[in-house]
Design a binder for this molecule. Sequence first.
Ligand code: FES
Length: 178
Amino acid sequence: MALAEIKPEQVVFSEKLMKRIEELKSHFPEGRKKSALITVLHEVQDEHEDWLSVPVMDKVAEVLGIKPIEVYEVVTFYSMYNQKPVGKYVFEFCRTSCCATRGVEDLMEYTCQKLGVGMNEVTPDGMFQVKGVECLGACGYAPMLQLGDFYHEFLTKEKMDALIDDCRAGKVEKLSKV
Ligand code: FES
């Protein structure tokens, strides 16, 4: 079945996810449940292989009692939400001022070459993806990248080699336990 043919009611959120969404909604008064949207989208994305399809976004709108366009607006604005399938390990390099002046462009190019992909492309094995994002607020630790919930700082080519090896060996955590 094509994605566009899937209706929100055919998308199933796990019991655990629905419980978490209800808990998040409970922090806001009636008529203001939209305020939970950003956090809800993170939780939903975590449960859906790190990306948000249109039917999944429509389901989010349904459970929050808001219009689908209100979900699309947020998902398309923030780079932390993915609208297409992504690699298992997404290297989100900060390409803003401090990181740029400390060689992030070279590092991104090096990483892409090493992995045999262009920017934003997923490696054929589905393991890696390289993205450029705006300042991640760790300017004093430039150049840096975000991988899941964690920052990797003062990057060098050698550190990228080690990080890629560790990812391949399954030694890298993406999600914090908090
Ligand atoms: S400029 Fe890279 S984290 Fe701020």
